[in-house]
Write a protein that binds this ligand. Structure first.
Ligand code: GAR
Length: 204
């Protein structure tokens, strides 16, 4: 079986990245992680990549005249690695037209809330402040908006009395680590069919 090639873009801890790598190394996995790119030099995810034996690069957006030039550089790295799918795993930047144009329908993001509720930054804190009883996480295709693309998978997580941002985030994160690799596997199995805003998951 020819495996799909994944690049992970991250900005921080990299726990979703590590979960995706672990899933890619299970027997029968249909994808492998070829590259990790961080926009921050101090991202713990870069050290995780070294431990996991995944080629990793820090690309500082500040070294480029603008977002387009920065993303052209990312596209060059990904082309050299033969990347089929880009996964945003705690990548705290909006994707611009260059990256979107190079990977149409081939960029996935994980968000720590049940979209369309609580897009953007600090989703868990937004959910707690709003007083919801259920939050969760979402994997979606990336479009030009902030967390607005077609939804692939969601997992609900109950908010417990006394939850704070830390406790809720930890429980949501455990579910992120499950649904993101599953969505990637569905993508490479050719089982995701996008029609407008709806992503149908085709049977085997
Ligand atoms: C995750 O909770 C992810 O959903 C969130 O950042 C965290 C990254 O953790 N992403 C966003 O908030 C994007 N809007 P990780 O670096 O350990 O995977």
């Amino acid at each position: 079986m020819k495996k799909g090639n994944v690049a992970v873009l991250l900005s921080g801890r990299g726990s979703n990245f590590a979960a995706i790598v672990r899933a890619s190394r299970r027997p029968g996995a249909n994808f492998s992680v070829r590259l990790a790119i961080s926009d921050r030099g101090d991202a713990a995810g870069l050290k995780k990549a070294a431990r996991l034996g995944i080629p990793a690069r820090h690309v500082d957006p500040g070294r480029f005249p603008g977002k387009a030039a920065y993303e052209e550089h990312l596209c060059g790295l990904m082309a050299a690695a033969g990347i089929d799918l880009v996964c945003l795993a705690g990548y705290m930047r909006l994707v611009g037209p260059v990256l979107l144009g190079r990977f149409p329908g081939r960029i996935l993001n994980i968000h720590p809330a049940l979209l369309p509720s609580f897009p953007g930054l600090d989703a868990q804190e937004q959910a707690l402040r709003h007083g919801v009883k259920v939050s969760g996480c979402t994997v979606h295709f990336v479009d030009a908006g902030t967390d607005t693309g077609p939804i692939v998978a969601q997992q609900a997580v109950a908010v417990r009395p006394g939850d704070d941002v830390g406790s809720l985030s930890r429980r949501i994160l455990r579910q992120e680590h499950r649904i993101f690799p599953r969505a990637i596997a569905l993508f490479f199995a050719g089982r995701l069919q996008v029609s407008g805003r709806t992503v149908m998951i085709r049977g085997k």
